[in-house]
Design a protein around this ligand. Structure first.
Ligand code: 5GP
Length: 344
């Protein structure tokens, strides 16, 4: 039995130390990042924040709202093939939308059907499994890369440098990082498995950048400051579920209770999701996600402004003129308290 005694950290354990800066205004901070990829020849430019491929955040209408600000969406995998064909055929070159799939044969069949009907329309895919540590997953990524040499492939999830390297070598351009930090995830509770998200981001980014690859920090951001910390820790992209949930663009039913409007938000491995898409929870597994009711948050536009405002402001505090400089200019201080909670 082995115990790693080095303390691993989460967003809540640190703050970003301010630095002397010549920047006078948030408006002079550029959040757009251009990226070249390890394998694909596609070139990306945008604000590298992605709505998660959950059916309440990775929607077509979320893609449209976020696209206006150069943010991206990883679409959920439960639309009909013809709907993807229509969506991707209309997508302009400036918008980035990831087509998501798991490694099952039904997902691959649907993907091939969409590719056949709209060749060249899809440029980004997100190959997503809960546990990116299996050999089956690595070989799937590797054969997908052989079949689609110019596709931008994001693959995950993992939380350690060794597996980040393995996925990049197998053909991924972006490795998705995070096991258990999600707002509606219960993996840590059900399995005892996980890794603090800030340390996972730092370690996986380091491994990826050494090979010329990129990472996407996925899960655990609860407020704009956490997104700034994820970028500060070395994330190239940051994926958000809960922060984008509960809006008009999230779709799903609106429930009324005591005169207030609510929207359901649930993990994609929750009982709610499995009842909806897989005819219930299979006998050999347990749900690893939960369902919550969120007060309706209206259009996502206000949340986008908050997020971009927060990250821009973080950049001015450390003197980063561009988002790219945020990592270099970040020093984290370990803290025992984040906020003054006196007024709740
Ligand atoms: P959030 O931004 O809400 O903290 O985290 C979003 C991420 O949680 C998603 O991108 C995905 O990686 C993860 N996630 C979504 N649904 C589930 C689930 O049912 N179980 C687990 N373990 N993770 C989930």
């Amino acid at each position: 039995m082995h115990i790693d005694n080095e303390i691993k950290l989460d967003f809540k354990d640190v703050l970003i130390r301010p630095k002397r800066s010549t920047l006078s205004s948030r408006s002079s901070v550029d959040l757009v990042r251009p990226f070249k990829f390890l394998h694909s020849k596609t070139e990306y430019a945008g604000i590298p924040i992605i709505a998660a491929n959950m059916d309440t955040t990775g929607t077509f209408s979320m893609a449209e709202a976020l696209g206006k600000h150069q943010l991206s969406v990883a679409l959920h995998k439960h639309y009909d093939a013809k709907d993807y064909v229509e969506f991707f055929s209309k997508l302009t070159n400036k918008s980035t939308a990831f087509y998501s799939l798991g490694i099952g044969s039904a997902d691959m069949k649907k993907f091939e059907e969409v590719m056949k009907a709209a060749p060249d329309a899809i440029k980004y895919v997100c190959i997503d499994v809960a546990n990116g540590y299996t050999e089956t997953f690595v070989s799937f990524v590797s054969s997908f890369r052989k079949s689609f040499p110019n596709m931008v492939i994001m693959a995950g999830n993992v939380v350690t440098g060794d597996m980040t390297e393995e996925l990049l070598l197998a053909g991924a351009d972006i490795v998705k990082v995070g096991i258990g930090p999600g707002s509606v995830c219960t993996t840590r509770k059900m399995t005892g498995v996980g890794y603090p998200q800030l340390s996972a981001t730092i370690e996986c980014a380091d491994a990826a950048h050494g090979l010329g690859g990129l990472i996407c920090a996925d899960g655990g951001c609860t407020r704009p400051g956490d997104i700034a910390k994820a970028f500060g820790a070395g994330a190239d992209f940051v994926m958000l579920g809960g922060m984008f949930a509960g809006h008009d663009e999230s779709g799903g039913e609106v429930l009324e209770k005591d005169g207030k409007k609510y929207r359901a938000f649930y993990g994609m491995s929750s009982k709610s999701a499995m009842d909806k898409y897989a005819g219930g929870v299979a006998h050999y597994r347990a749900a690893e996600g939960k369902t919550v009711l969120l007060e309706d948050r209206g259009p996502v536009e206000g949340t986008i402004q908050d997020i971009l405002g927060g990250v821009r402001s973080a950049c001015t505090y450390v003197g980063a003129r561009r988002l790219k400089e945020l990592t270099k200019r970040t020093t984290f201080v370990r803290v025992t308290q984040q906020l003054n909670e006196v007024f709740g």
